[in-house]
Design a protein around this ligand. Structure first.
Ligand code: CP
Length: 332
């Protein structure tokens, strides 16, 4: 992972840089008041008349620049921008001049020359959003940078949890999740979702348990922040948890690491037995799921699965983030 451990993660590369207004590069750049504002705006935009909403960013230009595959993040950012009336364009590494070797900087400058006012970036390199922001002077929304962060995912995950645990409040305080334990289980090592959530949830008083085999969750206890602990036994973790967030093994980032999948299923799969054993447990997964590996159908499709709800919250949260990026983020 970029940085040293979860909670001690600084800027990738160690350079200091204040994000531009409207940018979202990493979750810790948001204060609790910022998060309250974003969630309140998400609720307002979600319930607003679609015709009225479409005037908010009418004819403004937003570019989506995706160097890695995505279904949920890309589609929800695009639909979010369109729901606000913005014109969007999608550039992916395949079928664009990125294939011919054009750099991130030159791609960004090209998008700016074409009138983009904000760029939503997914890139396999930690820190790429900072470089793009610096090169273009445009607000950048980090849609996932390598193994570093996925801050909009952490916000939509928070909104999902607050709906089931705290009546959907948008009033974010440092004790809001006191007494709540969230287990994050799976490929923690490669997960930007785990990192962003683990950096956010303890700030609201939650306890985060990280669970997984040593290969996917190294002994980094010395650098874990307050409110974060390792519990390698999934059953012991679930017995203490209100919510479990399951993660897939990121085969594309394993780089030769061999995982015994049968042992993994036995130790770390969320299956029907485990859902029955912990009847108050809510289940989350950022997707994509690998059914039959980290999660069984009975869990994924069961009544305590929040997985589709997470996707819906993604649309609302990303409308708020796009509006904020273009300076239209104040509540009306
Ligand atoms: N959760 C998430 O980032 O999914 P996608 O890779 O499909 O965008």
């Amino acid at each position: 992972m970029a940085g040293s451990g979860l909670a001690g993660a600084g800027m990738p590369g160690g350079f200091a840089h204040d994000p531009l207004p409207g940018s979202l590069l990493r979750i810790e750049d948001l204060g609790l008041a910022d998060i309250s504002e974003i969630l309140a705006l998400a609720s307002e935009l979600e319930s607003e008349d679609p015709l009225r909403r479409a005037f908010r960013l009418a004819k403004r230009r937003v570019a989506l620049l995706f160097y890695e595959s995505s279904t949920r993040t890309r589609t929800s950012f695009e639909l979010a921008a369109k729901a606000l009336g913005a014109d969007t364009t999608l550039i992916s590494s395949k079928s664009s001049s990125i294939e011919k070797g054009e750099s991130l900087k030159d791609t960004g400058l090209t998008l700016r020359a074409l009138g983009a006012e904000a760029i939503i970036l997914r890139n396999s390199f930690s820190g790429a959003p900072w470089l793009l922001e610096r090169a273009t002077g445009l607000p950048v929304l980090n849609a996932g940078d390598g193994m570093h962060q996925h801050p909009s995912q952490a916000l939509l995950d928070l909104r999902t949890m607050l709906r089931v645990l705290r009546g959907g409040t948008t009033d974010i305080t440092e004790d809001l999740l006191e007494g709540v334990t969230i287990t994050i289980c799976g490929d923690i090592l490669h997960s930007r979702v785990a990192r962003s959530n683990a950096l956010l949830l303890p700030r609201l008083g939650a306890r985060v348990l990280l669970c997984g085999p040593a290969q996917l969750l190294p002994e980094i206890a010395a650098s874990l922040g307050e409110g974060i602990a390792i519990e390698r036994d999934l059953d012991r973790a679930l017995a203490q948890s209100d919510v479990v967030m399951m993660l897939r093994i990121q085969a594309e980032r394993l780089a030769g690491l061999h995982i015994d999948l049968e042992a993994y299923r036995t130790g770390f799969q969320l299956n029907e037995d485990r859902m029955e054993k912990y009847p108050a447990l809510w289940l989350m997964h950022p997707g994509p799921m690998i059914r039959g590996l980290e999660i069984a159908d009975a869990a994924a499709d069961g009544p305590r699965s929040l997985i589709e709800e997470q996707v819906r919250h993604g649309l609302a949260v990303r409308m708020a983030l796009v509006a904020r990026a273009l300076g239209a983020g104040s509540l009306q």
